[in-house]
Design a protein around this ligand. Structure first.
Ligand SMILES: C[S@@+](CC[C@H](N)C(=O)[O-])C[C@H]1O[C@@H](n2cnc3c(N)ncnc32)[C@H](O)[C@@H]1O
Length: 248
């Protein structure tokens, strides 16, 4: 708790709490339809990008991995196939509705029974230092209250030499394409999602969340500042999606 504060830090503190509260409520509401929306919004392309994340995690039989902001567990299930029966994967999310769905999906998608889903906060990961061979997050960092804090937490729980990987939205720069993309993202997509959702607010949040996201270059800087080496950014869909990889 802050004892001595100035006006700016009070405002920042309340904004952080407000964002956390809003994001938590929104994902609790949309959890049952989340997978469907993900396919609609990305035209199913998120599946291929998630495979790329798992490839870059470079895991082998017996390894350990953590998937932050795991949602319904897509990435965790794929990591689990790589680490095999002798390995272990943990998936955490601060919305219990998401964790409940992940646990239901696990019955079909995790025949090796090597994934554990738990409610947990990306801002304060409840694992010891140096535990995981890979720590992943997909479409998560944009939603956390403070990205540098979450990235530092990912680095803390990774083993030395472990890989930190983030998949998220990017900001396209290619002229003309960029204009088309932003028209889709800011105008068309909220319309499509509000038709299915019946609640405009949740998917109006999506464009807003990109505005404040540091995206390609900003995330490279944050990862380097958190002490990661060999930080690389892979762009997809003309920069509308970015996958960042760094090594502890
Ligand atoms: C867009 S979903 C992504 C889900 C999944 N990773 C995927 O790629 O399909 C974002 C998830 O981040 C979770 N989340 C947001 N802030 C969080 C935090 N501080 N700690 C843990 N989970 C958080 C939300 O509850 C939500 O399930």
């Amino acid at each position: 708790m802050k004892i001595k504060v100035n006006k700016e830090s009070v405002e920042l503190d309340s904004q952080v709490k407000e964002k956390s509260h809003y994001v938590h409520g929104m994902f609790s509401d949309i959890a049952p339809k989340y997978d469907f929306f993900n396919d609609v919004i990305s035209f199913g392309m998120h599946r291929g990008w998630k495979k790329f994340v798992v490839k870059k995690a470079n895991l082998k039989e017996g390894d350990t991995a953590l998937d932050l902001c795991t949602g319904t567990g897509d990435i965790a299930f794929k990591l689990a196939e790589k680490v095999g029966k002798t390995g272990k994967v943990n998936g955490i999310d601060f919305v219990s509705n998401m964790i409940d769905i992940a646990n239901v999906r696990a019955k079909e998608k995790n025949p090796l029974h090597n994934v554990t889903f738990e409610v947990g906060d990306a801002m304060k990961i409840d694992f010891a230092d140096n535990m995981f061979d890979a720590v992943t997050v997909s479409y998560g960092l944009r939603n956390v209250q403070d990205i540098p804090t979450a990235v530092k937490e990912m680095v803390r729980v990774a083993k030395p030499g472990g890989r930190i990987i983030s998949l998220d939205l990017g900001k396209p720069k290619i002229p003309v394409y960029k204009e088309f993309y932003y028209f889709y993202f800011y105008k068309i997509m909220p319309l499509i999602t509000s038709v299915f959702q019946g609640k405009k607010d949740a998917y109006n949040y999506l464009p807003n969340s990109l505005d404040e996201f540091p995206a390609q270059e900003g995330l490279i800087r944050i990862m380097k500042e958190a002490g990661l080496k060999d930080v690389k950014c892979y762009e997809f869909a003309g920069g509308a999606t970015a996958i960042h990889v760094g090594i502890k």
